[in-house]
Design a binder for this molecule. Structure first.
Ligand SMILES: [Zn+2]
Length: 445
């Protein structure tokens, strides 16, 4: 730790972490007050230094330039397309020295192509601290090693900037680990699943961090080869929808539960699994998250809402009331003692949900073992291609496929009035980001 910037950053993360342990039990009202306190600095800064916002923030700025929280909902919502079209106008002309250096990220983006984002060191520190709180909530042992099976090409993936030597990185800091922290063991997600499992077995007892689709592939491999079961302490997932089916398969065949995070490139960490319930908690100290239902009113429990977020610390590319395109479902408050808004665990995007005419968004849950039986272990992808048209793609293996039965299963998952075409394809695998969406929507109404 001879680099003064590195040790300053460590100190900041630790301070944030300690603050987050305090705010964890704040009432909903105090959490809102906490956000207003940060916004009191952010909004006048943005109005002064970020060209895009000069006029736009008028509803929440008093005549002396200070922030008026009362009129928050009068601020216009920022659409992703509007942001992309004016991206350079979102960068401030200057940044307070206390916010540190600025890192650049690129989001793979399932629809709009790759998009660059900038984050300050201060907002990175807040993100890191929230990850640590998440590890602490699940009582993870930071001295154990972490196997990471992901895409490490940071020209496309939503990953942290590539470090020079990935073989010597710990996944937490020494102050947090209370001793020598465990190391990251990296492997690319494009490795064949049999080799992944063999590699995991060589690591002994480890945590695993990977995409839900890859965790499922490992679980199904082990279901067919029970002797190959690796010794996983827990599975940390992020980056794709984690379905109930993936959770069940991991518990059954890997003996290990999934601990999920929900984040994106623009905003960073948005929500974390609750250790004591079946919900995720929004990370209110990092972001003001709004979930808007009908007529832009806050969504009620059980209702899908559009996710609107305002990252509180990222002065390097401030986004105010940004519409992510993600859809979440609000739940009743969680009984665990955290007052952070609770949302259903599975996050949807119009790109990974289906919708039939005049119906709600939904995701068919197909039993992995049954699909495997029907398709002879082939990977598959179920795609909406039209208003009520769907295709099932699979890579044919040397097995007879009962097309009639398969079609029956798929139509049952969709309901009346839909058509399904079953198509063998030559190749089917993760995108360059490492993600694979088994349920994918290519239809734009
Ligand atoms: Zn909870």
């Amino acid at each position: 730790m001879s680099d003064p910037n590195a040790s300053r950053q460590t100190g900041t993360i630790q301070q944030f972490y300690e603050a987050l342990l305090q705010t964890e039990t704040y009432s909903a009202k105090n959490l809102a007050r906490f956000q207003d306190n940060v916004l009191k600095d952010l909004l006048p800064f943005v109005a002064r230094h970020v060209p895009f916002y000069r006029e736009r923030l008028a509803p929440v700025l008093r005549s002396d330039g200070s922030f008026d929280p009362e009129n928050w909902t009068k601020l216009p919502i920022l659409a992703a397309a509007e942001f992309r079209a004016n991206r350079e106008a979102f960068r401030p002309t200057e940044l307070p020295a206390s916010h540190g250096a600025v890192a650049r990220y690129v989001s793979s983006g399932s629809t709009g192509g790759a998009t660059a984002f900038y984050r300050s060191a201060l907002s990175e520190a807040a993100q890191n601290a929230a990850h640590y709180r998440h590890y602490q909530a699940f009582k993870l042992d930071p001295q154990r090693n972490l196997a990471m099976i992901r895409a490490f090409d940071n020209t496309l993936a939503r990953s942290r900037p590539e470090l020079l030597d990935r073989t010597k990185i710990s996944w937490t800091a020494e102050w947090f680990a209370g001793g020598a922290p465990g190391m990251i063991e990296p492997l690319t997600v494009f490795t064949p699943v049999a080799s992944q499992v063999e590699w995991l077995n060589g690591l002994g007892e480890v945590y695993l961090n990977t995409f839900p689709s890859n965790a499922l592939a490992i679980a199904r491999y082990v279901a067919r080869n029970p002797g190959a079961r690796p010794r996983l302490l827990a599975i940390l997932t992020a980056g794709e929808p984690l379905t109930g089916e993936v959770r069940r398969q991991c518990v059954e065949h890997l003996g290990s539960s999934c601990i999920d995070l929900y984040s994106n490139a623009e905003c960073g960490l948005i929500a974390c699994d609750c250790p004591s319930g079946n919900v995720m908690h929004v990370q209110s100290e990092l972001n003001r998250i709004e979930i808007l239902g009908q007529n832009d009113k806050p969504a009620r429990p059980g209702e899908w809402g559009r996710l609107i977020f305002t990252p509180l610390y990222n002065f390097a590319m401030p986004l105010i009331r940004y519409e992510s395109g993600d859809l979440v479902r609000v739940t009743e408050p969680c009984g665990c003692g955290r007052n952070h808004p609770a949302i259903e665990r599975m996050i949807g995007r119009p790109s990974n949900l289906f919708r039939l005419p005049r119906k709600k968004w939904f995701r068919p849950e197909l039993d992995s073992a049954m699909m495997e039986g029907l398709l002879g272990n082939s990977r598959w992808q179920f795609i909406q291609t039209g208003a009520s048209a769907f295709e099932l793609h699979y890579m044919p293996k040397n097995a007879d496929i009962d097309i009639r039965k398969l079609r029956h299963v798929l139509k049952k998952a969709l309901g009346q009035g839909s058509s399904v075409e079953i198509k063998p394809v030559a190749a089917l695998g993760p995108a360059s980001s490492g993600k694979f969406l088994a349920i994918s929507n290519r239809f734009r109404a």
